[in-house]
Design a protein around this ligand. Sequence first.
Ligand code: OGA
Ligand code: MN
Length: 324
Amino acid sequence: MPGVLLEEPLLQSRGATLRKLAPTFAAEIVGLDLSSAPSVEAFQEIKDAVTKYGVVVIRQTNLTDESHIALGRQFGELDDITPYLAAGRKNRLKYVELFDVSNVEEDGSIVPLTSPKGQHGKGNSLFHVDSSFNPRRAGFSLLLAHELPPPNMGGATAFADTRTAYDDLSDDLKAELVSQNYIAFHSMHHSRKLASPEYFADLDPTQYPMGKHRLVQRHEASGRMNLYVAAHVHHLEGPDGQQPPAKLFEDLYKHACDDKYVVQIEWQNAGDMIIWDNTCVMHRALGGEFRTKYRRDMRRVTVHDGSSTAWGLNEKTDKRAGMP
Ligand code: OGA
Ligand code: MN
């Protein structure tokens, strides 16, 4: 059968098939019902697929809030939204382990684009990785669709392959990046401001803590090098503490966002879930006509990175960024 990869025998024995979505990364699994938890071995095949392909969409999972969170726990320690609640945001959802990535208000109405939540959500339309601005960055994200707009109204999610983007850099540039070993400073406030400059005009990102991570690092799980870039990056710092010209980062980020590294994944049905590894791919929300007309109810379980570079150069504190 085309698309069946023999490396996933347990998934296949559950009636599932896996196919690649693009030449260098991204895969789709169909026929995998997750209403009963996968065995440790079958789970390992899912995790291995996410490590290899960077992003995997699993169609019609039949997951609930509870089994979604339970699946996340199989991947590692979970992040939660308590910093956002502390900053005054209300939780529409039942569990603090669910990040509300929807355009839905507590009363079920649609979030106006001009409201604080709407303005804040705009940041997700820039290519980013999750939680790199916090002391401990995110590893896997599991985004589950609960309610989708009608087809052709937009609302797809795009992914960028930052491992291949690194591979394709010139040898000279790679040598420079490796020898300078730049530190990137990640700020949620910076990306919010980039996406919504007028609304956040008075916000000064330098007044808040930033997450420090190496710009170039090895993705431990796959052994491949990765360009760890995101819209959250406010600036770089070299070994002497000096900032290189801003153009260096701008060019690298633009390179990684090039169409040739990007795949767009359409959400087809409620119950579809996309799992990605934030330490080797970026992602962004594509807008669309639906935004003011239809609910798009998306809930994310976020797994703390478990690799040796999870904390980057940050202090190991639980202090995380929050916004109302
Ligand atoms: C996220 C995110 C994009 C989308 O869940 O972290 O950025 O398409 N989502 O909803
Ligand atoms: Mn995100």
